[in-house]
Design a protein around this ligand. Structure first.
Ligand code: ZN
Length: 285
């Protein structure tokens, strides 16, 4: 099953067509995409019996974040081996977890304001929680996942590394618009193997990142086991699972985003989203 936030309303989608959930369910489920995750089990049972006969055409320019108001949004640092190598850090023994504050969440077609001269891209596969998770084992973890979407963990490397001795990952990755997700949410059963999803990022059409979630140091089930052993994961929460190698700050010379750039982020069976940028006052000077 695939859901989207289309023109501010929750829809089921298939092959560029959609059904409006509130209308098709005669009001049983709300049009508010954020609200659906608290009734995820009932919703998926209902959704499985819906027909796409008479469905309308999806307008990609109207898509918003498939989980627009998560209570919690987690980021995982250095979770791909080649990215750990390019950063020059040791392979982590436990997941490196930070917060991307939820006010940074935006949609798949947003224009993002740059907060400074050293803003970077990080394509990631993002988990959306469907059933609350507390002390969940890795073996049971996928049953708590609503689905997967594509994300960009946009990062202001100046904010992030200020002060250098105590990096502020959470702040550097939480400027408004720095957590775009989309274009749709795809349930785990739609993948041949939900632990092997290819993802990548293009900068102005040129490949800069490409990998697969099979290369994650901590897999999605391991991340859910670890996080839910410490706190409660709530319906609609996001986990940005980490970025592969190829970020701009580690290029030689470093390459950062400008208002004339476009980044395209994709993952197999989920789709593609593209973002452009405007220069905020910190960039215009
Ligand atoms: Zn990241």
């Amino acid at each position: 099953m695939r859901i989207a936030n289309h023109d501010g309303r929750l829809v089921l989608t298939q092959e560029e067509r959609f059904i409006d959930v509130e209308k098709a369910s005669a009001g049983r489920f709300s049009s508010d995409t954020a609200a659906i995750y608290s009734t995820w089990t009932e919703f998926t049972e209902w959704a499985g019996s819906q027909s796409f006969a008479g469905a309308a055409d999806l307008d990609p320019s109207k898509l918003g974040a498939p989980s627009p108001r998560p209570v919690q949004t987690f980021g995982i640092g250095t979770n791909y081996r080649r990215h750990v190598e390019e950063v020059g850090w040791p392979v982590p023994e436990v997941p490196l977890v930070f917060t991307k504050w939820p006010s940074s969440v935006t949609g798949p077609g947003a224009v993002v304001e740059l907060s400074g001269p050293r803003v970077d891209w990080e394509v990631e596969v993002v988990v959306v929680i469907g059933r609350a998770a507390r002390r969940v084992s890795a073996a049971d973890a996928w049953s708590h996942v609503a689905g997967l979407t594509v994300g960009q963990d946009i990062s202001d490397r100046d904010t992030q590394n200020r002060p250098e001795t105590y990096p502020q990952f959470g702040l550097g990755k939480s400027h408004p618009g720095y957590s775009p997700i989309g274009p749709v949410l795809v349930t785990p059963d739609e993948f041949d193997d939900p632990d092997d999803i290819e993802l990548g990022c293009l900068l102005n059409g040129q490949k800069v990142q490409k990998s697969s979630t099979s290369d994650l140091i901590f897999s999605v089930p391991q991340l859910i086991e670890y996080l839910s052993g410490i706190l409660t994961l709530l319906p609609g929460d996001l986990i940005f699972t980490g970025t592969p190698s190829g970020v701009g700050t580690l290029m030689d010379p470093p390459r950062y985003l400008t208002s004339s750039d476009e980044i395209t982020s994709w993952a197999t069976r989920i789709g593609t989203m593209s973002h452009t940028f405007t220069a905020g006052p910190e960039v215009r000077g």
